[in-house]
Design a protein around this ligand. Structure first.
Ligand code: MSP
Length: 675
């Protein structure tokens, strides 16, 4: 630990699956972790901020096969390639101290040792796995954990699985884990504790299957070839191997373990608050101090996914609105513990109101007035008055508030602004310590709004009409505004580091005015402050224009349809020959050895299942069509494809290279006719 440090602080993000392009929802947790890490550094902690990628598992193996490359080539490209994970964190100005890839040799070797230790101590044993497996989530489930027969995390189909496997004695730790969750602050927010206890622990924790033999892309169990370590066991230990646990690559375990906090999304709280502590208990290792399960960013009310297109692409959003505006928006708008609805309207609104109107205006008006009225430098004597010094002392000695402004007239506005700004750091700190970024930022913007009101109250343009009489007062008003902006700038730095560098350059503030201590001091800026009006940090955004531009990005230009492609006119009788029937998807799977075909088993209302093969595998994953209500032509002559009989055709809408199955509301019963 360094001499002047307040101590060590270790914070982590989940390590990302490089199985798909990251969207803005993925960036949420990493941006929050970054803000927290920067805040702790500002406070004087020696911070270790870890992020990385979780690169093993069947899903990756499958994706690589589809792409015709090796799994390692596949993950290398998504992690290290252009616009990959590392690039995205660079773009988002993420200040991680370390980046772990679970394919790194030192991690793989460490996981093998860890697995063997738990085997040797009797907490891992060999058995037969029979149960349900959700491929996309890489999660095993017992029958009782399924919701409507589907994966409780993602709602998708699960498959039966049976194989020889190793098990971890999770059941042995059930009561200790329960105690940890219920009787300590290990897991926050508190609502997540109830979820874990009621949904997972109290119904009975079964031993966890921790090895697989049906695929090979994982950490091999070195004492039993053919088995690979379950991807979650491999992934969770990243938090310790990245510090040097069971390896010689790093030597930071003593300094940084146990972690101060793991930030994780709500759907992976189960792994972090039940399985992770149980495995640490098995190894007699200290537990992390906290797991915080944040909510999800949804998009327009729906779960975010890359299929939402460009509007959730962080590269596009950052280029349009700026990285800092994007970072700020995510943490300013949504309470960290709950879900939030990301919309482009609210993003633009926040930029326009908070950043352009409130903060941007405060900075540009103030610096412009110093230039206009004082030639760019405030005169001596503009600084703190004795009354203000006393007011600050008083307010800072009353941390719970209770300070009453007794001054009258202009001095009243001084005292109100000065005491609000000088006591801001305490209110901000209280919220940051609870990961309530939204509230911390609201506290800062309350001061910024008060400062703008102070400008209106003191009307510098009126004072400036008679500089001989009012010059000293005018200079003091501007000094107070600059000092308020400085304090807010220090506290906004963890959220918008790049923009705050520019803000301080305009204020003419050096490092000494950017420290944590200085954020609780009034009068740090020299009296003869010399700010410079610079570029507009947060230009206003034209809502209508930008929304239309974003929408347009999501609509690939479809080629105009030449008239020649229209079919000749037909008689009504011809149309009537078609049987258009409403059908519901009972099962759907890829046809073996075919790149194009999906095989549907459909309920067409007759009581007997109908099979239709459709060449749309490129557009849909089978599991996403389960239960969907579609339309089929049911009186087409049956046709054999890839050796299987297809009885009918599913209707879809096609244009250019876009294809969408015609989907109907679930209220319409299978067997209904379209007329
Ligand atoms: N690989 C695991 C984590 C292993 S940690 C030992 C994983 N990876 S992930 O890439 O699927 O997700 C990474 C994080 O992104 C998770 O915390 C997840 O909750 C978060 N998010 C993914 N989509 C999100 C939103 N739309 N909104 C907020 N967070 C989201 O899980």
């Amino acid at each position: 630990m360094c001499q002047q440090c307040r101590g060590n602080y270790y914070i982590t993000t989940p390590i990302y699956y490089p199985s798909a392009k990251l969207h803005i929802g993925h960036a949420y947790c990493t941006v929050a972790t970054d803000a927290m890490a920067r805040y702790k550094r500002l406070q004087g902690y020696n911070v270790m901020f870890l992020t990385g990628t979780d690169e093993h598992g069947q899903k990756i193996e499958d994706k690589a096969k589809e792409a015709g490359v090796t799994p390692k080539e596949y993950v290398d490209n998504i992690v290290e390639g252009e616009k990959g994970v590392r690039d995205l964190w660079k773009l988002m100005n993420i200040s991680n101290d370390r980046f772990i890839r679970t394919t790194d040799d030192y991690h793989v070797a460490a996981v093998q040792k860890i697995f063997k230790k738990m085997y040797d101590n009797g907490d891992i044993y060999k058995g037969t796995y029979r149960g349900k497996y959700c491929k996309p989530c890489e999660s095993f489930w017992t029958e009782s954990q399924l919701v409507d027969g589907k994966c409780p995390d993602c709602g998708r189909e699960v498959v039966d699985a049976e194989e020889e496997a190793y098990f971890f004695r999770l059941s042995k730790y059930a009561s200790r884990v329960r105690d940890l969750l219920v009787n300590t602050d290990f897991l926050e927010p508190r609502s997540r504790v109830n979820e874990m206890v009621n949904n997972f622990i109290d119904p009975g924790l079964e031993d966890l299957c921790v090895s697989r033999t049906s695929f090979t892309w994982g950490v091999p169990v070195d004492f039993d070839p053919g088995h690979v370590v379950y991807v979650w066991v491999d992934a969770l230990f990243n938090y310790m191997t990245a510090l040097g646990f069971q390896n010689d690559k790093y030597h930071d375990l003593e300094a940084f373990w146990p972690a101060d906090v793991h930030f994780v999304g709500k759907e992976i709280v189960r792994f972090h608050s039940i399985i992770w502590p149980a495995m640490l208990m098995s190894l007699n290792l200290p537990l992390p101090k906290k797991v915080y399960g944040h909510g999800w960013l949804n998009f327009g009310g729906e779960k975010m996914s890359k299929s939402r297109g460009n509007v959730v692409d962080p590269y596009i959003l950052a280029e349009k609105f700026g990285v800092d505006a994007l970072r700020f928006f995510m943490l300013r708008t949504f309470p960290f513990g709950s879900d939030g609805n990301f919309t482009n309207e609210s993003l633009i609104n926040t930029i326009n109101l908070d950043l352009a109107n409130d903060l941007g205006n405060l900075l540009s008006r103030t610096t412009a007035m110093v230039g206009k009225y004082f030639g760019g430098k405030l005169p001596a004597g503009s600084g703190v008055t004795e009354a203000e010094r006393q007011a600050v002392e008083l307010v800072q000695s009353k941390p719970e508030g209770g300070y009453i402004v007794t001054a009258e007239g202009p001095e009243k506005t001084d005292a109100e602004l000065v005491t609000l700004a000088a006591s801001l750091r305490d209110r901000y700190e209280e919220q940051m310590e609870r990961y309530q970024f939204q509230n911390a930022l609201e506290a800062v913007f309350k001061v910024i709004r008060r400062a703008n009101k102070y400008i209106d109250e003191n009307a510098p343009w009126v004072l400036a009409k008679d500089l001989a009489a009012n010059g000293a007062r005018l200079a003091h008003v501007l000094y107070n505004l600059l000092e308020t902006t400085r304090i807010c700038g220090v506290l906004l730095t963890p959220f918008m580091p790049g923009s705050m560098d520019k803000l301080f350059a305009q204020l003419g503030v050096g490092d000494e005015g950017r420290t944590w201590d200085s954020a609780a001091q009034w009068g740090v800026l020299p009296e003869e402050a010399a700010p410079v009006k610079g570029e507009n940090l947060f230009p206003r955004i034209d809502m209508e224009k930008e929304l239309a531009a974003l929408e347009a990005l999501n609509k690939p230009a479809a080629p105009a349809i030449p008239l020649a492609e229209a079919k000749p006119e037909i008689a009504f009788d011809d149309f009537e020959k078609l049987d258009l029937t409403v059908v519901k998807v009972l099962a759907c799977e890829k046809v073996k050895k075919s790149e194009k075909l999906l095989k549907f088993t459909l309920d067409d209302g007759t009581g007997a299942p109908r099979t239709i093969l459709s060449g749309i595998a490129k557009y849909y994953q089978p599991e996403e069509l389960l239960g969907k209500t579609l339309v089929a032509v049911t009186n087409l002559a049956p046709r054999k494809m890839m050796g299987q009989l297809s009885c009918g055709m599913l209707l879809s809408a096609e244009r250019g290279d876009q294809l969408h199955l015609v989907k109907l509301s679930d209220e319409i019963l299978p067997g209904s006719r379209l007329v």
